[in-house]
Design a binder for this molecule. Structure first.
Ligand SMILES: CC(C)(COP(=O)(O)OP(=O)(O)OC[C@H]1O[C@@H](n2cnc3c(N)ncnc32)[C@H](O)[C@@H]1OP(=O)(O)O)[C@@H](O)C(=O)NCCC(=O)NCCS
Length: 197
């Protein structure tokens, strides 16, 4: 299991109650990081509307959460037909870790959760794309044995997740239960922090 606090934070599934914090995480990314994450310049309005659409039926998002604040995120969603991507379909993943939290293994912890989630949903392929110049993302993908293909502007990384086992299913279930409990604590913490004394 993978939800132990690390660097004072915890990797857990994000739920729609985390939407505002997820948006705030995206808004804290500097211009270069936003460019790397989204493959081009994006405005705060774009990020706000993007976060609004991120918690659909087929979306699985993990966050690296420190004292209730999301400092990193890994997003997994199906590609194509809009149905759940299980049973051989394809999925794509994207990652964002705030500057002060990088090079500490946070991206790798998020990636491990994403790969396990893709595996448990029987995704046949897991794709990631980034700018060719994005050495950090390519290093992260290679760490998980992804095949990397470089084109002039963009690079593509692909993994073929193995199928689920009883252990991977149990581990995800167990992490989600404890993560959900923490999400509720974080929600309460936010509610209390805005309540007038
Ligand atoms: C890509 C990103 C998510 C990596 O997050 P991270 O928390 O720094 O990653 P980790 O610390 O887990 O590092 C994973 C591996 O990549 C390597 N790596 C990380 N940053 C690197 C860099 N700038 N240059 C070279 N290698 C790098 C690490 O050394 C590590 O490999 P190792 O364990 O063998 O040393 C982060 O840099 C980021 O958010 N970038 C901006 C958004 C982005 O580019 N997203 C990707 C497109 S979807």
């Amino acid at each position: 299991m993978d939800s132990k606090p690390e660097h004072g934070g915890q990797v857990r599934r994000l739920w729609s109650s985390d939407k505002t914090e997820f948006r705030n995480h995206l808004l804290r990314l500097d211009e270069e990081s936003r460019h790397s994450r989204f493959g081009g310049a994006v405005s705060p309005e774009f990020l706000t509307s993007y976060a609004e659409r991120c918690f659909g039926f087929d979306d699985v998002i993990y966050g690296f959460v420190v004292d209730g604040v999301i400092r990193g995120a890994g997003e997994l969603r199906g590609i194509g037909h809009g149905l759940p991507f299980g049973f051989g379909g394809s999925a794509e993943a994207a990652f964002s870790v705030e500057e002060g939290w990088r090079r500490q293994g946070v991206g790798a912890r998020l990636m491990a959760r994403i790969v396990r989630a893709a595996r448990n949903r029987r995704a046949g392929s897991l794709y990631m794309s980034c700018l060719t110049s994005n050495g950090a993302m390519l290093a992260l993908a290679r760490k998980f044995s992804a095949q990397v293909r470089r084109e002039p502007d963009e690079a593509y990384a692909a993994l073929s997740p193995r199928g689920p086992t009883a252990q991977t299913l149990f581990d995800e279930f167990s992490d989600e239960m404890s993560g959900f409990a923490t999400a509720m604590v974080d929600l309460q913490r936010r509610a209390f922090s805005v309540r007038p004394d």
